[in-house]
Write a protein that binds this ligand. Structure first.
Ligand SMILES: NC(=O)c1ccc[n+]([C@@H]2O[C@H](COP(=O)([O-])OP(=O)(O)OC[C@H]3O[C@@H](n4cnc5c(N)ncnc54)[C@H](OP(=O)(O)O)[C@@H]3O)[C@@H](O)[C@H]2O)c1
Length: 295
């Protein structure tokens, strides 16, 4: 099986490349320089020439505040981009794996969202990602559209620069008080765990829409608390309400995704606490390797 990975240097892209290569899958990593999903001619040309069996795209414009100001760019990458990919995959009979987001929901529920629940995004990013899902589903049936939530990986988000865990660890080591919102509930998901699940899912032909995030739920405050606890950092951490961080962008107050459908195809995700432990160990290993190679 030959798998092309678009957005290969992002946090999820990096873990997908590593996970699939470890399983002896032939991986073709593509960065934005080699393939810009919003350029339909380039997508057609590149995917036509490589003839991958599976195309996985992690590409997104996901700086939520920027998306609000740049709706056209948001739609070019998050909606037209997936359409370009789906058309090229249809042309080449390749399976398409596309990632979407918990931000397609409005957060009004207080129990995990199923794939059959009605999306109602609260911001331009969410609307553009929902449009991207529809573009894929409309264009090419051999697809996996995967909604995920609160990603963090060792490579750090290319689009956002770093991730929440690193931000917390930096603040914790600086020793200043830390205030974190306690009224947005989600499931933080380690990209290494997501990559493992995706590697298994693409071995099946159970195409369609899936929710894949870690198991369980917590607020951002509870997540920060666990980070400091596991790293044994004594931090002056205070829970605050979203209103204390005024933003032009509305975010869902609750965006936990149900994994019931995923379990139906025999796949399970670890808990978010397990994912965090796994991440902290992977991060330590990456630092050790970097220090050794500097010597
Ligand atoms: N991060 C989260 O918390 C989160 C939550 C839910 C869903 N998701 C979804 O999960 C996916 C992966 O997210 P991530 O956190 O791994 O993001 P990331 O680290 O920012 O990686 C995204 C990758 O996409 C590339 N890219 C951006 N625009 C592109 C374009 N026009 N053409 C080709 N490549 C492009 C980026 O390249 P450059 O480095 O050149 O910009 C980067 O390599 C995205 O679809 C996102 O919407 C993320």
């Amino acid at each position: 099986m030959q798998v092309a990975i678009i957005g290969a240097n992002g946090q999820l892209g990096t873990d997908l490349c590593r996970e699939l290569a470890a399983q002896s899958v032939s991986v073709l990593p593509l960065t934005r320089r080699e393939l810009d999903v919003s350029d339909s001619a380039q997508v057609e040309r590149v995917l036509g020439s490589i003839k991958a069996d599976v195309v996985i795209s992690t590409a997104a414009f996901h700086k939520v505040e920027e998306c609000e100001k740049q709706a056209a760019q948001s739609f070019a990458v998050n909606a037209v981009g997936p359409r370009n990919l789906a058309l090229a995959c249809r042309q080449n009979n390749a399976v398409l794996v596309h990632f979407s987001t918990d931000y397609v929901f409005d957060g009004g529920q207080c129990q995990p969202y199923m794939e059959t629940d009605l999306p109602r995004p609260l911001n331009v990013y969410g609307v553009s990602k929902l449009a991207g899902e529809h573009m894929v589903r409309l264009t090419w049936e051999r697809h996996f559209v995967i909604r995920t939530c609160g990603l963090y990986g060792v490579a750090g988000s290319a689009g956002k620069g770093g991730n929440f865990v690193e931000t917390m660890l930096k603040k914790g080591h600086e020793g200043s008080p830390v205030r974190v919102v306690n009224d947005q509930v989600l499931t933080p998901t380690f990209t290494g765990d997501l990559a493992e699940a995706v590697a298994k899912l693409i071995q099946t032909e159970s195409y369609g829409l899936y929710h894949i995030s870690a198991e369980g739920e917590c607020s951002w405050y509870e997540f920060a608390h666990k980070i400091f606890e596991l790293e044994k950092l004594a931090v002056d951490l205070t829970p605050v309400s979203t209103n204390e961080f005024p933003s032009p962008v509305q975010r869902p107050a609750y965006s936990v995704l149900s994994k019931q459908k995923l379990k139906g195809v025999g796949l399970r995700m670890p808990s978010w606490e397990h994912g965090l432990t796994h991440y902290l160990a992977a991060r330590r290993d990456a630092r050790k390797t970097a220090n050794t190679s500097l010597r």
